[in-house]
Write a protein that binds this ligand. Structure first.
Ligand SMILES: O=P(O)(O)OC[C@@H](O)[C@@H](O)c1c[nH]c2ccccc12
Length: 290
C-alpha cells in the first residue's frame, strides 16, 4: 500500500496545512502526516537558502558506502542510536548518544545510524551533531524524508548518508531526492519492505544501496524471513549490482548469519544492542564469528 500524504502543498511552501479531512490509517501515515507539519514549520524557522549556506561550513561527507563495502566484519554493522520506538517505548533511560556512539565504534561497527525523529522515536538532529563530535564513522540520518529541506538539514548536522523510505515516496520523489543526496556527496539508503516496493526501486536509476526492512512500518510486525523472501527472487546480476542491508529485528549471531546467507552484506541493528548494559561488549559478541 502506498502511504498517503495529507497535503501536497504544505511540504514545499510552508503554509499551514488544511484541516484534517480524514484520519491516518496506520502508524506510518500518522508519522508522515506529522512530518508534513514539521517540514512546513522548518521552512518557517529558517529559509532553505540559509540552510544551504550552512551546508558549506560542515566537513565533507565520509564514505558510508565504502565503509560498508570494505568492512572488516562480515556482514558490516550499522549500529543505531535509538532511544525509543512507537511500538516498544523507551529502550534506555540513561540515554547518552555520545557514549553509545563511542561504544558502537570501539565495539566494531562500520557505520552508525542516528534517529532524528523526535515525536515518535525521541531522537533529534542535535544527536547527529553530538555523535559527529565523538566518532569517525560515517553517519546515516534516520528520518522520514519527504522534502529536500530535510536532506540539507541532515547534511548541515553532519550526516554522511540519508534514508529514503520507498513506501512514503513516489518514483519521481525517490529519483529527485536521491539525486540531491548524491549531489551533496552523501549515500542514499533506499528502504523497501514489500516486493512491489523493491520492484519500483530496481527501476530507479543510480540506486546503489538497498535496505530491506524486516519490520512492516504499518503494523510493526517483524519477520527476518522478509530478507530471504525478497532476495531469493533476484537474479545474480541484479543482486550483484547493489549492496544489500537487512534492517530490524536482528538479535543474535545466528540472525546475522541467516541474513548474510540470503545475500545481505550489511545489517542495521538498534534495539538488541541499545538495551544491553555493556554496549561495547554486546557489539563484540554480535560480530564474533562462532
Ligand atoms: O531496533 P531494530 O529492530 O534493530 O531496528 C533498527 C532499524 O532497522 C529500525 O529502527 C528502522 C528501520 N527502518 C526504519 C525507518 C524508520 C524508523 C526506524 C527504522
Amino acid at each position: 500500500m502506498q502511504v498517503r500524504r495529507q497535503s501536497e502543498t504544505a511540504r514545499n511552501k510552508g503554509y499551514a496545512i488544511a484541516a484534517l479531512t480524514d484520519a491516518p490509517q496506520n502508524i506510518l501515515e500518522k508519522i508522515v502526516w506529522q512530518k508534513e507539519r514539521e517540514v512546513a514549520q522548518m521552512y518557517v524557522n529558517a529559509s532553505l537558502d540559509a540552510v544551504k549556506s550552512q551546508v558549506a561550513n560542515v566537513q565533507s561527507p565520509k564514505d558510508f558506502y565504502g565503509s560498508l563495502q570494505n568492512s572488516r566484519t562480515k556482514p558490516a554493522l550499522i549500529a543505531e542510536v535509538k532511544k525509543a520506538s512507537p511500538s516498544k517505548g523507551v529502550f534506555r533511560e540513561d540515554f547518552d548518544p555520545q557514549a553509545i556512539a563511542r561504544a558502537y565504534e570501539i565495539g566494531g561497527a562500520s557505520c552508525l545510524s542516528v534517529l532524528t525523529d523526535s515525536e515518535f522515536f525521541q531522537g533529534g538532529f542535535e544527536n547527529l551533531q553530538l555523535v559527529r563530535q565523538v566518532v569517525d564513522l560515517p553517519l546515516l540520518c534516520k528520518e522520514f524524508i519527504i522534502d529536500p529541506y530535510q536532506i540539507y538539514w541532515g547534511r548541515s548536522h553532519g550526516a554522511d548518508a540519508v534514508l529514503l523510505i520507498a513506501a512514503i515516496l513516489t518514483d519521481a520523489e525517490l529519483t529527485e531526492l536521491q539525486a540531491l543526496i548524491h549531489q551533496l556527496g552523501m549515500a542514499a539508503l533506499v528502504e523497501v519492505h514489500t516486493q512491489s516496493e523493491l520492484d519500483r526501486v530496481l527501476q530507479i536509476p543510480d540506486v546503489r544501496l538497498i535496505g530491506i526492512n524486516n519490520r512492516n512500518l504499518e503494523n510493526f510486525v517483524v519477520e527476518l524471513e522478509q530478507t530471504k523472501v525478497l532476495m531469493d527472487r533476484l537474479d545474480p546480476a541484479t543482486r550483484n549490482k547493489y549492496l544489500w542491508v537487512s534492517e530490524s529485528g536482528i538479535y543474535t549471531r545466528q540472525d546475522l548469519d541467516f541474513v548474510q546467507s540470503c545475500g545481505a552484506s550489511a545489517v542495521l541493528v538498534g534495539e538488541s544492542l541499545i538495551k544491553q548494559e555493556n554496549i561495547e561488549e554486546a557489539v563484540n559478541n554480535l560480530l564474533k564469528q562462532s
